[in-house]
Design a binder for this molecule. Sequence first.
Ligand SMILES: [Fe+2]
Length: 303
Amino acid sequence: MIGSLRKVSNNLYKKSKIYKSLRWIISLRFFHFTFRFLIASFFLDKLDSHNPYKGIISKNLGFYISSVSKDCVKTLKRNYYENYESQCKVNIDKTNISAFDEIFGIIKKPIIDYLGAGVKLDGIYYFVSKKKSKKDIYDNVSVNWHTDNVGARLKVFVCFEGDGTKPTLFIKPRNITKSLKDKIKIYFLEVIRWFGIDNNTPINSQIELRHKESSLIILDTQFLHRGALKKSISQRSMIALEFSNPEKHRFFEKGISKGPIGTVASNEFYFSNELLDCKNIYQFFDQKRISKLGKISKYEKKF
Ligand SMILES: [Fe+2]
């Protein structure tokens, strides 16, 4: 009985915009979001107050675009198709360490300049948007304007397959430290989606960060961004890396302020001992998150 009611409800949710909104309103998600937003706005500036916000990411107002070599692309692609397509977990070993060494060589200065020497790697994962059929051409991952509501946190996307037709849209702030006016603008743009209403209207100041083969893009998810709703059948395959300051993770661990930051099941990864000699990468590792499993190690959240 409950199962069939749920089925009817889910069908209606897909077909009727009014029903969709009603369900969101009844679930009081907008209220939850507002409460969380207010708490976070108050504490986040404090949690992020030690960030130096210097260097190229700050100069660009929240993002940085670079590229990796053809060899790096080749290695990531080979690894993904040979080993990980079904497993989906990243494994850094002697076959691909040069690719990761190159990536970390490019990103280390911009990341430390921006988030400070205390910044750590939270995780690495494959972020793949599969090739679509002609009937089903839209991607529907995070297409509404949003911030990740965890304050300053950098995501790095290294594209090893893609033609740039599935970009991330990003709104540059006027200042790297948000004014009250910026916060109010972010709140009203974000709260709409918690009423079940799609909010993906183009905004004059938006820029397109195009993910195409060999592009390396860093962005700070505390600023408004979304996946572009573009007609594209092409595949976009990327490695995503997340960086933040672990000191503030506790704030997001439970209760109303619980948020998507730190090391979780979806971004944990494996690495072999060769990595220990690679300072570019290893300097970003948080020792507390390493589990030794014989010849390999796992980077994961430990309690
Ligand atoms: Fe996001």
